[in-house]
Design a protein around this ligand. Structure first.
Ligand code: HDE
Length: 681
């Protein structure tokens, strides 16, 4: 099956933001080539020289126009989250939330709010491979009728540090080490683990990043979290504390480490390709937005401080209410113009949403706008992707690359020449009113005592893991710390783990050649079902199934197999020895999507083996290597009786998740949905 690319040219705008962007879109197809000044170019292959072999002339303005622009094509990559991929979409609330917030986009279920979502990796540079172990950014710009609201979150609900003043230190530690710029986009090195073990507040986050959450299967199967505590404010000016969650409709699914590492080589663009292809094929990515709400009077009722970003609110204590759905349904037209220039900023809030005193959030409110001015420029909000869809007017003027032409004579407030406009809008008519929360206290640089329990929630996370997840965490620690050269740092981390679980720390210590911990273990006994990925939703929808077919295949198998796989919304791909069209025994033909060379067993979620009478020894050898790799990654494998000899030869007949059938393929497809057969051991 070939990936059908939706015809993008001439596609109608889908929402207010798309319409706004249309005005800036330029199509160059069938147009004459010109300079940026509009002069038509007669020769774009030769510089202007004095004589055929002579020196290039200074006056070659056509060359200068082209080269000088090229010399400046790059803008600074983001200091963190440099590699990212984005898509457009829409958000719709399920029912009005007017009782708890004035936010315009949360009032009316019939209103579609355009969104732009950028997913990213934290540590690597712009070109890093996409399956490295790393936290993923999940940043959403809502283009609401009352201004842009940016929910700049991650795929993990908590963070490493409590106060943003430590962020540059954390990032210096995680980035490649400065003396040799190694390793790229990885946490498995000395400085990162030195930072973690020297900053106990990172303990809970350390557990999360060693879990499979940091090697997601796809952007479409990750959760997202606003992380911080925000406020929702209603029209009576009553406020509540809130945390935001994104829940992927397809459930929460991850890669396994061996697969993630190899995928880095097989397809460095694995995650963007997945999102791009699925959107192009009409398999739109969907997430439900959830909120956890705590009333102001309950602020101190919990065993943790709700302003501490290293803590989550267990869903068993504060349930997540699903309030709406986001659908990502359109790929960008130009990655630089949209994804690279989008400027997300947690300080972009709208009426009805406000900040809390979370010290991490407060520092972000400075950092993001500051970085955008450096990275994108003073007028970054005027760039098409960043513009609000509602009108915006003020007395700000000038600055590099100003796009808007303000034609008024007056650019100040107060004025009488222009009747004091643009005018202030009182809160009763829609002006933003900061929630007047009470503050008092001495000026101090100090961590609040309520922020000092670093191990209870780390232990809560550990208590909540399934056996498979625990084993993966143990292996992740063993890998990461095994890469740390300093024995002292390895020992320090093991001691830190010891506060969370002696058993885990002792097993890791044994693997990496240091002493078991001699510290007090957390006495936390609670667990939270919501934290385990084992309790997620499973479905075969959008999973990639590789069908291994040889020439002279049995069409009576392949045809219904394809039909049933498509009916289950999987994405089947035909794999063979070469990309030549295959012939069936009944005279039918089959287009090959991937040869064994261009494909890789890593990029499929499952394999089905059909083979065929024309199978060569090379075909058999390659098919077996595919099957073994998939088997070792616990993935479901199916085979028709004609392909069974390959299953037998690799010795996996009757093993869990291995189905032999000539159809119907119901059991096999159910296995595809199950995704992993951990019981293989
Ligand atoms: Fe960021 N972060 N961050 N961060 N962050 C940036 O902004 C920063 C933090 C997150 O797709 C930067 O535009 C500070 C938490 C995402 O464009 C920068 C602190 C969370 C993205 C910055 C944090 C995030 C960024 C770099 C500690 C999850 C990518 C370029 C207080 C809630 C957004 C840029 C995109 C990007 C600073 C901590 C998520 C430098 C100072 C916590 C998803 O401004």
């Amino acid at each position: 099956m070939e990936v059908t690319v939706v015809e993008r040219e001439g596609k109608k705008p889908e929402n207010k933001k798309t319409k706004q962007l249309e005005a800036f879109i330029r199509e160059n197809k069938n147009q004459p080539l010109t300079t940026n000044e509009g002069v038509k170019i007669a020769n774009d292959e030769n510089t202007l020289t004095a004589g055929e072999r002579g020196p290039t002339l200074m006056e070659d303005f056509i060359f200068q126009d082209k080269m000088a622009h090229f010399d400046r094509e790059r803008i600074p990559e983001r200091v963190v989250h440099a590699r990212g991929f984005a898509a457009h979409g829409v958000f719709r609330v399920y029912e009005s939330l007017e009782d708890i917030t004035m936010a315009h986009f949360l009032q009316d279920p019939s209103l579609e709010t355009p969104v732009f979502v950028r997913f990213s990796q934290v540590a690597g540079s712009r070109g890093v491979n996409e399956t490295n172990r790393d936290v993923r950014g999940f940043a959403t710009k809502f283009y609401t009728e009352e201004g842009n609201f940016d929910l700049v979150g991650n795929n993990i609900p908590i963070f490493f540090i409590q106060d943003g003043i430590k962020f540059p230190d954390l990032i210096h530690a995680v980035k490649p080490e400065p003396h040799n710029e190694i390793p790229q986009g990885q946490t498995a090195h000395d400085t990162f683990w030195d930072f973690i073990s020297s900053n106990e507040e990172s303990a809970a986050m350390m557990m999360w990043i060693m879990s499979d959450r940091t090697i997601p299967r796809s952007f479409r199967t990750m959760e997202g979290f606003g992380v911080h505590t925000f406020r929702l404010v209603n029209k009576n000016n009553e406020a509540r504390f809130v945390k935001f969650h994104w829940k992927p409709v397809l459930g929460l699914h991850s890669l396994i480490w061996d697969e993630a590492q190899k995928l880095g080589g097989a397809d460095a663009d694995f995650h963007r390709r997945d999102l791009w292809e699925n959107i192009e094929e009409g398999h739109f990515a969907e997430y439900e937005l959830g909120i956890q709400v705590i009333n102001e009077e309950d602020e101190f009722k919990f065993g943790f401080d709700i302003l501490d970003a290293t803590k989550l609110w267990p869903e068993e204590l504060v349930p997540v209410r699903k309030i709406g759905k986001m659908t990502l349904n359109r790929n960008v037209d130009n990655v630089f113009a949209e994804t690279e220039q989008v400027a997300l900023h947690p300080g972009s809030i709208v009426r009805g949403i406000d900040f809390s005193n979370d010290p991490l959030l407060q520092t972000r409110i400075f950092s993001y706008s500051d970085t955008q001015i450096y990275r994108v420029g003073t007028n970054f909000q005027q760039i098409p992707i960043n513009r609000p869809v509602c009108p915006f007017h003020n007395n700000q003027r000038d600055g590099a690359a100003r796009y808007i032409i303000d034609k008024d004579k007056v650019a100040y407030h107060n004025n009488s020449l222009q009747n004091n406009t643009p005018y202030e809008v009182p809160p009763a008519r829609g002006g933003f009113l900061t929630y007047p929360s009470q503050v008092e206290g001495m000026k101090v640089r100090k961590t609040a005592p309520s922020f000092t329990d670093h191990f209870s929630q780390a232990r809560l996370f550990w208590n909540s893991m399934s056996d498979v997840e625990r084993n993966h965490i143990f292996l992740a620690f063993s890998f990461e710390l095994g890469k740390v050269k300093s024995k002292m740092v390895r020992q320090n981390v093991v001691n830190l783990i010891g506060h969370i679980s002696h058993d885990l720390a002792t097993s890791v210590a044994h693997k990496i050649g240091v002493e078991p911990p001699n510290v007090k273990e957390s006495s936390e006994t609670a667990s939270s079902k919501a934290l385990s990925m084992a309790n997620t939703t499973f479905s075969p929808a959008t999973l990639k199934v590789g069908i291994i077919v040889a020439d002279q295949y049995d069409a009576a198998i392949v045809r219904p197999l394809l039909q049933q796989l498509l009916a289950a919304k999987t994405r089947p791909f035909i794999i063979s020895e070469t990309q030549e069209t295959l012939n069936g025994t009944d005279g039918s033909t089959l287009q090959v999507d991937d040869s064994f060379l261009t494909g890789s067993p890593l990029v499929y979620d499952s394999l089905f083996v059909v083979s065929g009478r024309g199978a060569t020894p090379h075909f058999n050898q390659k098919a077996k290597s595919y099957i073994i790799e998939q088997y070792n990654h616990y993935k479901p494998i199916g085979s028709s009786r004609s392909g069974m000899y390959l299953i037998q030869e690799v010795g996996i007949i009757n093993k869990p998740g291995v189905t032999i059938t000539n159809g119907p393929f119901k059991t096999y497809i159910q296995n595809v949905g199950k995704q992993r057969f951990w019981e293989r051991g």
